[in-house]
Ligand binder design. Structure first.
Ligand SMILES: [Zn+2]
Length: 89
């Protein structure tokens, strides 16, 4: 159960609170304690921003994701090799 007011959320150290009242866009969603923003409005905004990206921006994030995946695979392989070496010794 989330706190009903932002102040309660701050006092309890909760990341979100729920006023049970609709935001200016009619969402009955929890709000963020730090910003006071409706989480559904934030999700909508993020979705719009993603849809507005140029092909170049889309390719950039795909490339970044590929680089992350590759890095992760290398880390896993290194950890496995390290574990194998410990067993052999
Ligand atoms: Zn909203």
């Amino acid at each position: 159960m989330l706190p009903r007011t932002r102040q309660e959320a701050i006092d309890q150290g909760m990341p979100k609170y729920n006023t049970q009242k609709s935001c200016k866009n009619g969402h009955l969603s929890p709000r963020r304690t730090l910003s006071g923003k409706c989480t559904m409005c934030e999700a909508d905004k993020q979705r719009r921003n993603l849809a507005r990206r140029t092909p170049e921006q889309k390719e950039m994030s795909r490339a970044r994701a590929r680089a992350r995946d590759k890095q992760k695979r290398l880390e896993i392989r290194a950890a496995r090799q390290l574990a194998n070496r410990r067993i052999e010794q």
